[in-house]
Design a protein around this ligand. Structure first.
Ligand code: NAD
Length: 312
């Protein structure tokens, strides 16, 4: 298994933003692009690989599943859109799970040891499905989860407090979607809790903070209403997770993992702060939550379980 060889399945907006970030940040020396639209993957590979003299050597090629042999990490960004305006979300999900069934079979055959990073939506349900479909252990199947939402949250809080986003420590946990939870109880800047305190001259304003959490929740809808899709930040999220795995950084990232009793929840995948290293998921961290946050995580879990129960 070669951590310098990374596969990307689905070379649409998200897959190519991820590949571009990996290329630009020198996080691979081989990137293999796989798409059911072979021409698209071939064109993208040629386009990107021509940047090598400007960035550094990184072989970019288009291939089929057999070309993923030996890859250390494979990102799954394949997505099927609505087949007709009256197709329900559930029908669409069932079709996406069928796609995942065939991808799991191919990957277990050609790259059984690779870590799989799922970005396709609904990411929590598809991560759970891939864990069930693939023979590999669950610690090697992770979803991008709420790392994107957390990044959006820290960005908006940083503008509010006029400090760098990297100096704002705050998580969005739970479902990557409508039931996600902003964890205010542990959010802080330099150890000073965001709740109730004046930070950098900005007084505590619960209404403004609630508005920030609401903007995080609707960010994808807002971006899609304007440009039709989201891709750049999720591409950077994917690169960030891959850097953490490749360099065995053991960073704590809010990503989609299977819960095994945390907060009394099991048999569902959602985002918790998770230590990520070269073996994928090492363990989860369960911060003390206030009653509303705990209830929020439990609602996220039951929302996801209710969606999965409808699948046939
Ligand atoms: P897109 O339509 O631009 O690209 C999807 C690609 O998947 C296409 O190139 C298509 O040919 C390919 N594909 C479909 N079925 C395939 C299969 N069986 N094998 C290989 N390739 C296949 O879509 P996009 O904007 O790139 O979004 C991709 C997915 O990422 C969607 O599910 C989207 O909802 C999701 N997404 C997730 C996040 C997140 O935070 N996790 C953020 C943005 C988008």
């Amino acid at each position: 298994m070669n951590m310098n060889k990374i596969g990307v399945i689905g070379t649409g907006f998200v897959g190519m933003a991820a590949a571009y970030s990996l290329f630009q940040q020198k996080l691979a020396n081989e990137i293999v692009l796989v798409d059911k639209n072979e021409g698209r993957a071939r064109g993208e590979a040629l386009d990107l690989m021509h940047g090598q003299p400007l960035v550094g050597r990184c072989e970019v090629s288009a291939g089929d599943y057999s070309s993923l042999k030996g890859a250390g990490i494979i990102v799954i960004c394949a997505g099927v859109g609505q087949s007709s305006p009256d197709e329900s979300r559930l029908e669409l999900l069932q079709r996406n799970i069928k796609v995942f069934e065939s991808i799991a079979k191919e990957l277990d055959h050609h790259a059984p040891e690779a870590m799989l990073l799922i970005a396709s939506n609904p990411v929590d349900i598809l991560t759970h499905a891939m864990q069930n479909l693939s023979q590999r252990p669950n610690n090697l199947v992770i979803g991008t989860g709420t790392l994107l939402d957390t990044s959006r949250f820290r960005t908006l809080l940083s503008s509010h407090y006029h400090v760098s986003p990297q100096s704002v420590h705050a998580y969005i946990l739970g479902e990557h979607g409508d039931s996600e939870i902003p964890v205010w109880s542990s959010a802080h800047v330099a150890g000073l809790g965001i709740r109730g305190n004046t930070i950098n001259g900005v007084d505590y304003n619960s209404q403004a903070l609630a508005e920030i959490a609401s903007q995080v929740k609707t960010a994808a809808y807002d971006i899609i209403a304007n440009k039709g899709y989201t891709n750049w930040a999720i591409g950077l999220v994917i690169a960030n997770i891959i850097r953490t795995v490749r360099n065995n950084q053991r960073a704590v990232l809010p990503v989609t993992v299977r819960l095994n009793g945390e907060y009394g929840i099991e048999d569902v995948c959602l985002s918790l702060p998770t230590i990520i290293g070269s073996d994928g998921v090492e363990s989860t961290i369960t911060p003390t939550l206030d009653d509303d946050e705990l209830a929020g995580i439990q609602t996220s879990a039951s929302t996801l379980k209710a969606s999965m129960a409808k699948l046939v």
